[in-house]
Ligand binder design. Structure first.
Ligand SMILES: Cc1cc2nc3c(=O)[nH]c(=O)nc-3n(C[C@H](O)[C@H](O)[C@H](O)COP(=O)(O)O)c2cc1C
Length: 153
């Protein structure tokens, strides 16, 4: 039995639309889990008050110079030492142009601020294709299921 009202924040940055599409797919996967609600927020619109209504987070960034975008880095700078992220589950996703490392960077930064990875992230080259769509939906669903089932433990 799931407990209603588990909330997922999908926080992402996108300059040309690839990561925005990935974020939509992750959100769709999470939203499909019973009792889970999803809020999708561009990183430059992030307000720390959102953390009060978040049980888990999916973080997405384009690979910019083998790193996260500046907007996503600002999120990490702002939540460092914020106890509201401590111990919360996360998943990471990213898009790149070729040879991207952004998911590993996202995962390292996320664990540095106290978030807990629940499964390996998803890295997509360019705009998500059909196979990527399934992987991204599965990623969101995995986070939703973790929250839904975690509340039973
Ligand atoms: C300023 C800039 C730097 C980039 N640096 C890299 C890079 O180091 N490695 C890589 O694989 N792709 C790089 N890219 C390509 C983007 O990661 C890729 O196009 C991505 O899908 C863009 O996501 P978006 O459409 O969500 O903005 C770079 C793109 C830009 C604009």
């Amino acid at each position: 039995m799931s407990t209603p009202g588990r909330r997922i924040l999908v926080l992402y940055h996108s300059s040309s639309g690839n990561t925005r599409r990935a974020a939509e797919l992750v959100a769709q996967g999470a939203f499909g889990v019973e009792g889970v609600s999803v809020e999708t927020v561009p990183a430059d619109m992030f307000d720390p008050d959102i953390l009060d209504r978040m049980d888990g987070i999916a973080l997405g960034s384009p690979d910019f110079f083998s790193y996260v975008s500046g907007e996503v880095k600002c999120f990490f700078d702002r939540v460092y030492r914020d106890t509201r992220v401590d111990g919360k589950p996360f998943v990471a996703f990213g898009t790149h142009g070729g040879g991207g490392k952004v998911v590993k960077v996202l995962e390292r930064l996320s664990t540095s601020v106290g978030l807990v990875r629940i499964c390996p992230g998803v890295l997509v080259k360019g705009q998500p294709g059909t196979k990527d769509e399934a992987r991204l939906r599965d990623l969101g669903r995995a986070l939703g299921l973790r929250l839904s089932k975690g509340s039973e433990e």
